[in-house]
Design a protein around this ligand. Structure first.
Ligand code: FES
Length: 124
């Protein structure tokens, strides 16, 4: 489980997590029922999962379904806003990027650059 989630023993309400697992580009990623796909990705440390045509990394920007920065493919459905779609156990998520013009989409970013910096502001 991710260290970003509250441990069950610390939850004063006594809420219990119901685990789920999705795959993202073939990799299993664990989450809990009620999280959005973006929430699962963020909790797993993935801050960006696609690239804009300029090559800039994209992930969650608004978090409320307005900006479309968080688009993914879920099953056969393209252009799903990850911040608006609840993750379901077994979801098959594929990251998507608009091509850069060379016919090949760029690799999906992993969220943190090699220097350990988290991209933000104009970097996203
Ligand atoms: S983060 Fe803006 S639409 Fe999902």
């Amino acid at each position: 489980m991710s260290p970003r989630r509250m441990p069950a023993a610390s939850d004063a309400v006594g809420w219990r997590e119901e685990p789920l697992r999705i795959t993202v580009d073939g990799e299993p990623v664990d989450g809990v029922a009620g999280q959005t796909i973006a929430g699962v990705l963020l909790a797993a440390g993935r801050l960006a999962w696609r690239r804009a045509p300029s090559g800039a990394p994209r992930g969650v920007f608004c978090g409320i379904g307005v900006c479309f920065d968080c688009l993914v493919t879920v099953g056969a459905e393209r252009d799903v806003r990850a911040c608006r779609r609840r993750a379901r156990d077994g979801d098959v998520v594929t990251t998507q990027s608009r091509g850069t013009g060379d016919g090949e989409p760029p690799d999906a970013p992993r969220g943190v650059d090699e220097g350990g910096e988290v991209p933000h502001g104009d970097d996203l």
